[in-house]
Design a protein around this ligand. Structure first.
Ligand SMILES: C[S@@+](CC[C@H](N)C(=O)[O-])C[C@H]1O[C@@H](n2cnc3c(N)ncnc32)[C@H](O)[C@@H]1O
Length: 247
């Protein structure tokens, strides 16, 4: 069984987003999440995402340095291949405690895994430190998917490096169909151009949802080239799965 090194605590105080996540992912929540790790692994959604991640690793065809943004309990560590170094960052200590013993057969030796307790909106990694940065179930969901995070990731990637992530689509069945939302969706096509982008921003709830067009736009602002952007329906959300490449 993998038992990673003790967790490093580097970031002093989290941003409001980080603080919110730390407040949600408490000890009892982490315990429930871990209990779900095993059953989830047998399910279709995790299997699909694991295969997606594995295929991205395979595309490199060489040993890679990987960063998992919002790694939680390390649910996807077992999907990684060809890893020479893995860093998992998360703001929740209870989730990271579980990530020291991730589920499944993890091909990365324990001494090559570093777990960092910190807010990825604030914590700095070295420029060009990683070949792959991935984030599942975090951006455009718990923390905004916007130019700020995409630019941070772009800075941490080596040339040719990839950023793979999921977002929640604003048309996901999990997004409450409030009256305001329904009206805004109806109005959008007819709204004059100067107001359209403001209305679209509101539909994306300031980055907490992101559709394909929004993902494309944010990647362009961060100078990352889209490799693939596709919808994916899990049992909970309609997601967007995206892979982008640093030139
Ligand atoms: C739904 S869980 C996903 C965990 C893991 N990626 C998975 O797929 O099982 C979201 C995780 O993101 C972390 N998180 C959210 N915002 C964060 C931030 N700004 N900095 C660090 N971690 C964050 C939470 O603490 C939580 O562990």
């Amino acid at each position: 069984m993998t038992v990673a090194h003790p967790i490093e605590r580097r970031t002093p105080a989290p941003t409001p987003w980080g603080a919110r996540a730390a407040g949600v992912y408490t000890e009892p929540y982490a315990e429930r999440y871990r209990a779900h790790d095993e059953t989830a692994r047998a399910g279709q959604a995790v299997a699909h995402l694991a295969a997606w991640l594995r295929a991205i690793c395979d595309r490199f065809g060489r040993p890679i340095a990987v960063l998992d943004l919002g790694c939680g309990t390390g649910r996807y560590f077992h999907a990684l291949a060809h890893v020479r170094r893995l860093v998992g960052i998360d703001v929740s200590r209870p989730m990271l405690e579980r990530a020291r013993r991730p589920v499944g057969d993890v091909a990365v030796p324990a001494d090559r895994i570093a777990l960092v307790e910190g807010d990825f909106l604030q914590h700095e990694f070295q420029p060009g430190e990683f070949d792959l940065v991935y984030s599942i179930g975090v951006l455009g969901e718990h923390s905004p998917f916007d130019e700020a995070i995409a630019s941070r990731v772009a800075r941490w990637l080596a040339p040719g490096g990839r950023f793979a992530f999921t977002t929640v689509h604003p048309s996901s069945p999990s997004v409450p169909r409030t009256m305001k939302r329904r009206v805004a969706e109806r109005l959008l096509p007819a709204v004059p151009a100067p107001w359209r982008s403001g209305l679209r921003d509101r539909l994306m709830s300031g980055g907490l949802y992101a559709d394909e067009a929004r993902v494309r736009e944010v990647l362009r602002l961060a100078d990352l080239g889209p490799e693939s952007i596709e919808p994916f329906a899990s049992d909970v959300h309609l997601h967007v799965l995206a892979v982008a490449r640093k030139p």
